[in-house]
Design a protein. Structure first.
Length: 255
C-alpha cells in the first residue's frame, strides 16, 4: 500500500511538472508574439545665432511703353432692337478701322455692353415719358507704340466711335517683369552691403541669409480724362514713371 502511494505521488509530481513546463512555454510564446511599443527619444539642440536685419532698396525711373485707350459707341433708337442693330453696325466699322492699322484681337477687348431706356422727366407731376433706348458698347484698345495713339483715335472716330473714354499710360507686363528681376537683385545686394558695412568695424561679417521679405511698389498708371470723340492731331507725352523694390533681409553674423 505504501508502494502504491509512493507511485501515485511520483505520477502526480510528474504531471505537475509537465503542466508547469507547458504553462511557462505558453507564456514565453505569448510574450514573443505580443505587439511591442518602442519609444524613441530624439534630442535636439538649439544653436543660438547672432542676426542682423537690414532693408535694401532699388529704384528705377522709366518711360511708359504701353498705352490703353478707352472708346465707346452709343446709338439711340425708338426700340431696343433698333438701337442694338445700329450700335452693332457701328462697332463693326470701328473694329474694322482699328484692324486696318494692324491691331490684332489681342489689342482689342470689350469692357462693357448695355441697353437701357431713355426717359423725359417732368416737374409738373406727370410720369416719366419713354422716348427711346440707348445701346452702349465700350472697347479697350492697347498699343505698345504710344506715338500711334493719335492715329488710333482718328481712325476710331472715322469708324463711328462716340466717346474717347480716356487714356492710360503704363508699363507693359514684359517690361515690368524684366525690371523687377533687375531691381530685386540690386535691392538684395544693397541690403547685404549695408549689413557688411555695419559689421566691418566690429570685425564681423555676413555669414549667410536667414530670411528675406520682398515689397514691390508698382507705378501708378497715368490716366487722361474722357472727351467726346473727334478727329485731332493728338500728340501724347508719356512722361516718366518709377518702379521700386524693397527687401527686408535678415543675415546670420559670422566671426
Amino acid at each position: 500500500m505504501a508502494e502504491v502511494n509512493a507511485l501515485e505521488r511520483q505520477t502526480l509530481y510528474g504531471v505537475l511538472a509537465a503542466t508547469i513546463a507547458v504553462i511557462s512555454m505558453a507564456i514565453a510564446v505569448s510574450a514573443a508574439l505580443a505587439p511591442r511599443t518602442i519609444t524613441s527619444m530624439e534630442q535636439t539642440s538649439t544653436v543660438s545665432e547672432d542676426l542682423i536685419s537690414v532693408s535694401g532698396t532699388a529704384q528705377i525711373t522709366v518711360i511708359p511703353d504701353k498705352a490703353i485707350l478707352y472708346l465707346t459707341v452709343q446709338e439711340k433708337a425708338s426700340t431696343s432692337a433698333e438701337a442694338l442693330k445700329l450700335a452693332a453696325d457701328k462697332v463693326d466699322k470701328v473694329l474694322t478701322a482699328l484692324r486696318s492699322l494692324g491691331l490684332s484681337d489681342e489689342n482689342l477687348k470689350t469692357t462693357s455692353f448695355s441697353i437701357y431706356p431713355e426717359y423725359i422727366y417732368f416737374n409738373d407731376g406727370r410720369p416719366p415719358q419713354l422716348i427711346g433706348y440707348v445701346a452702349s458698347y465700350s472697347l479697350e484698345v492697347s498699343v505698345r507704340d504710344i506715338s500711334r495713339v493719335g492715329e488710333i483715335v482718328d481712325r476710331a472716330v472715322e469708324g463711328g466711335a462716340s466717346i474717347v473714354g480716356g487714356l492710360t499710360l503704363t508699363l507693359s507686363d514684359e517690361l515690368t517683369a524684366r525690371l523687377q528681376r533687375e531691381l530685386l537683385g540690386a535691392a538684395v545686394t544693397d541690403a547685404k552691403n549695408k549689413a557688411e558695412m555695419a559689421l566691418a568695424p566690429l570685425g564681423l561679417h555676413v555669414s549667410r541669409l536667414k530670411s528675406l521679405t520682398i515689397s514691390e511698389q508698382y507705378p501708378y498708371p497715368v490716366f487722361r480724362g474722357a472727351s467726346p470723340a473727334e478727329k485731332t492731331d493728338l500728340t501724347i507725352m508719356p512722361g516718366q514713371t518709377t518702379l521700386t523694390v524693397t527687401v527686408q533681409a535678415t543675415f546670420v553674423i559670422g566671426g
